[in-house]
Ligand binder design. Structure first.
Ligand code: PEP
Length: 252
């Protein structure tokens, strides 16, 4: 059975005060979640220790990015081993903002995934097509290629440490969301690709991300291949984030 996950990507937002406010609200309300969903908080790296301090409440903590090298003279970078050392269990890799603004390539992304799973982190590999690619009818081909390339270095025993997040680029931070049917169709295509590269695809959680809010989450999460969400803007508002977490159907 696949783990249902809701992960909050704070991007480059937050402060010590916000860490305190959000983690205490989330921590105290988590106990009332009855759907078995796993919560993950992904703050900017500098705030990870503050979030980890509150993580006894039961949520996981992640970083937004890691280096594609193990250690050494890479000023400004953070290694997978450091993320583990400071108390993280997760890392995002290949978020579309990293791909677009920092020109991350599929090869770098594959190297980061490799570093992450070798160190014992669970990687949330982000994939998604641009609006031009969707309009051109190539969305499925683009996303499948990203999945294949990004996970090229994962070995058989490391699949339990892999989560995929489907995030159409045109839906991130724009207020536009894929319809539940379109998102479901892409999740099926991703699962098919996972199968074709030898992953135990039925056990790999695939999250949807892109302007998920409390009002659209129930329809998205009701789809059989959508195993939760990667939430950006709405993860900075405790009420909204907890409503999204509650929208995951129970019984798993
Ligand atoms: C994200 O940053 O991964 C994301 C999905 O952002 P938003 O929810 O704000 O669209």
């Amino acid at each position: 059975m696949r783990q249902k996950i809701v992960a909050g990507n704070w991007k480059m937002n937050g402060s010590k005060a916000l860490v305190q406010q959000l983690t205490s609200r989330i921590g105290s309300e988590m106990a009332s979640l009855e759907n078995g969903v796993g919560l993950v908080i992904i703050p900017p790296a500098l705030y990870v220790p503050g979030v980890v301090e509150s993580s006894s409440a039961g949520f996981g903590v992640g970083v937004q990015n890691i280096a594609c090298w193990e250690s050494g003279a890479y000023t400004g970078e953070i290694s997978a081993a450091m993320a583990i050392d400071i108390g993280c269990a997760y890392t995002l890799v290949g978020h579309s903002e990293r791909r677009q603004l920092f020109a991350e390539t599929d090869e770098q992304i594959a190297a980061k995934v490799e570093q992450a799973v070798n160190a014992g982190l669970t990687v949330i590999l982000c994939v998604g097509e641009t609006l031009e690619q969707r309009d051109a009818g190539t969305a499925e081909r683009v996303v499948s290629a990203q999945v294949r390339a990004g996970l090229a270095n994962v070995s058989d025993d490391q699949w339990p440490n892999v989560v995929v997040a489907y995030e159409p680029v045109w839906a991130i931070g724009t207020g536009k969301t894929a319809t539940a049917e379109d998102a479901q169709a892409m999740h099926v295509a991703i699962r098919r690709e996972l199968k074709s590269i030898g992953a135990p695809a039925d056990n790999v959680s695939i999250l949807y991300g892109g302007s998920v809010k409390a009002d659209n989450a129930p329809a998205l999460f009701a789809q059989p291949d959508i195993d939760g969400g990667l939430i950006g803007g709405a993860s900075l508002k405790a009420d909204e984030f907890m409503s999204i977490c509650r929208a995951v159907p129970g019984g798993y």
